[in-house]
Design a binder for this molecule. Structure first.
Ligand SMILES: *[C@@H]1O[C@H](CO)[C@@H](O)[C@H](O)[C@H]1NC(C)=O
Ligand SMILES: *[C@@H]1O[C@H](CO)[C@@H](O)[C@H](O)[C@H]1NC(C)=O
Ligand SMILES: *[C@@H]1O[C@H](CO)[C@@H](O)[C@H](O)[C@H]1NC(C)=O
Ligand SMILES: *[C@@H]1O[C@H](CO)[C@@H](O)[C@H](O)[C@H]1NC(C)=O
Ligand SMILES: *[C@@H]1O[C@H](CO)[C@@H](O)[C@H](O)[C@H]1NC(C)=O
Ligand SMILES: *[C@@H]1O[C@H](CO)[C@@H](O)[C@H](O)[C@H]1NC(C)=O
Ligand SMILES: *[C@@H]1O[C@H](CO)[C@@H](O)[C@H](O)[C@H]1NC(C)=O
Ligand SMILES: *[C@@H]1O[C@H](CO)[C@@H](O)[C@H](O)[C@H]1NC(C)=O
Length: 448
């Protein structure tokens, strides 16, 4: 170490390495650049902060945008810092001779590893057999790059989530996080501290087409993997030259950003929460939120089959009590059935049961045969799968074409007397309109 620091003091020129191995090391001003120069790793000072951090940022764009930070909560306060390979096969960051940060092994290695920065933005440690023994993608900070994952890797005991920076000056762990909830069918939520503020849709594969730059489309494909070993959610872009990134920002918004080369700036193609109706459980159970011109308002999922639990507070815009079925379920008679609703956001799945090998028919049978089952759905039309709900349904959004999420069908258990054939009820609606027309037209003529 002493030798290292003497050497460090004598060093004059910054170097640009492509890998770190053996006795090589990185100090202030030195950088590691990915093969085609997309990403760079080195020491940076955020905003006007005096502190230094080891991080990865885009190499070619003029707005310094950090996508990963090693020592988030342990800033480097002196200029005596060195990043080098340590024993046994780890990458170690020393500050004034003390270890500030170290990569952590999930597999043991012989000790000879090489660090390299890939064009995906992933810093990897590989052993002599070119096997990846550690990667920064397994330790996300506030940014999800294409190829990174959110979720749980049960076999390796990893949890992947995003936590915001404290502020633009401080990459330390901030108050907002975007975390997977894998207790039931997996979904993600934005938490402030330990409080759930916003819940995203249960995971599904879908394509989001955004209009990035005057008619140029960018297609982002979200994909979910749900197996016994891993549940993960990630995305890819059809055109990586837009440098897409998903960031949990320090003001509590999850932004999907793309780089506009012409305008030389980041464009937030999509942000979550999108509107006031994304606030978690804002309309109580079986309530749905809508936004009229002035403000948010709640209604029951279906004005015919549901009524406010407490009419007086509901009318006073206190929607927390939610809605209840007009006619309670009476499962014992065995006469219940299901009513289909098209939603853009399925109800909270945190306490649901799911099985990806059950068809929609099997799902219906499973739900029908269990009196505590309240609803069922296949969350992702591109896959087979079955989710069953056992608690009152909360945080639903009905389908509207303005939402980027496609419609999903959920089948909600109802007393048999509520199950009028849905096609019949449409016909009835049609008759009603006809009657009204017949009545109003003569009236109108009379008035004129
Ligand atoms: C660096 O470490 C030495 C020895 O532990 C200590 O005396 C010195 O104050 C430290 N310098 C700074 C700037 O922390
Ligand atoms: C590395 O992992 C071990 C056990 O999994 C843990 O005790 C230790 O704190 C970790 N070290 C770092 C630097 O993350
Ligand atoms: C590490 O690599 C060096 C040079 O490549 C070699 O001499 C040494 O034996 C290796 N050590 C181990 C433990 O494999
Ligand atoms: C996020 O992941 C980290 C590291 O795996 C874990 O320690 C932390 O508890 C997670 N945060 C939340 C809110 O789940
Ligand atoms: C990606 O987008 C850039 C900038 O709009 C464009 O020049 C390039 O041709 C696109 N590449 C592909 C493969 O679509
Ligand atoms: C967070 O994202 C929102 C929405 O895109 C944006 O208005 C806000 O400026 C961002 N905050 C920071 C600190 O970047
Ligand atoms: C689900 O089906 C897949 C492929 O058909 C199979 O590999 C897997 O073991 C099944 N899982 C369960 C829980 O039955
Ligand atoms: C109904 O579902 C509940 C919750 O999953 C479960 O505890 C119970 O055993 C099920 N009952 C039957 C008859 O399958």
């Amino acid at each position: 170490m002493l030798f290292l620091f003497l050497f460090f003091l004598l060093k004059i020129h910054a170097v640009e390495l492509d890998t770190i191995s053996g006795s090589q090391f990185l100090t202030d001003g030195d950088t590691l650049v990915s093969p085609t120069g997309i990403f760079k790793l080195g020491f940076f000072q955020p905003g006007s902060s005096e502190n230094k951090y080891l991080g990865i940022w885009y190499n070619k764009i003029p707005v310094t945008t950090v996508v990963w930070v090693a020592n988030r909560n342990q800033p480097l306060t002196t200029s005596n810092h060195v990043l080098k390979i340590g024993y046994p096969g780890v990458l170690v960051l020393y500050n004034n001779l003390t270890t500030i940060w170290s990569s952590n092994m999930t597999t043991t290695t012989s000790g000879n590893v090489t660090a390299e920065l890939r064009d995906t933005g992933n810093l990897v440690l590989i052993d002599q057999n070119k096997k990846v023994v550690w990667q920064s993608f397994d330790y996300p900070t506030d940014t999800l790059l294409p190829g990174m994952k959110l979720g749980n890797d049960y076999s390796r005991g990893l949890v992947w989530n995003l936590t915001s920076w404290k502020s633009n000056q401080d990459p330390g762990l901030g108050q907002f996080s975007y975390v997977p909830n894998t207790h039931g069918y997996p979904e993600s939520e934005i938490q402030q501290g330990a409080v759930v503020k916003f819940r995203g849709s249960p995971w599904k594969n879908q394509r989001f087409i955004g209009n990035a730059e005057f008619g140029k489309n960018i297609i982002i494909t979200f994909s979910a993997v749900i197996t016994e070993k891993v549940v993960s959610f990630g995305y890819n872009s059809d055109n990586t030259s837009f440098l897409p990134r998903l960031t949990m920002n320090s003001s509590g918004k999850l932004e999907t950003l793309v780089w506009l080369e012409g305008a030389k700036k980041w464009l937030a193609a999509y942000t979550f929460p999108f509107d006031v109706c994304d606030a978690y459980g804002t309309c109580g159970s079986y309530g749905v939120c809508s936004i009229d011109v002035i403000q948010q308002s709640c209604s029951c999922l279906d004005e015919k089959r549901f009524v406010p639990r407490d009419k007086r507070s509901w009318d006073a815009n206190d929607w927390s009590g939610g809605c209840i079925r007009r006619i309670p379920l009476d499962c014992k008679k065995g006469s219940d059935g299901f009513v289909k609703y098209s939603v853009s956001k399925l109800p909270e799945t945190a306490s649901s049961w799911f099985n990806m090998n059950t068809s929609l028919e099997g799902c219906k049978a499973k739900c029908l045969n269990n009196c505590t089952c309240i609803a069922y759905a296949n969350p992702d039309a591109t896959l087979q799968g079955c989710v069953l709900w056992f608690n009152d349904l909360i945080d639903i959004r009905l389908y509207s074409p303005s939402n980027i999420n496609k419609a999903t069908d959920i089948f909600i258990r109802m007393a048999s007397s509520e199950i009028v054939d849905q096609s019949n009820s449409k016909k009835k609606g049609g008759t009603k309109i006809k009657i009204i027309l017949i009545v109003t037209i003569p009236l109108f003529l009379l008035i004129v």
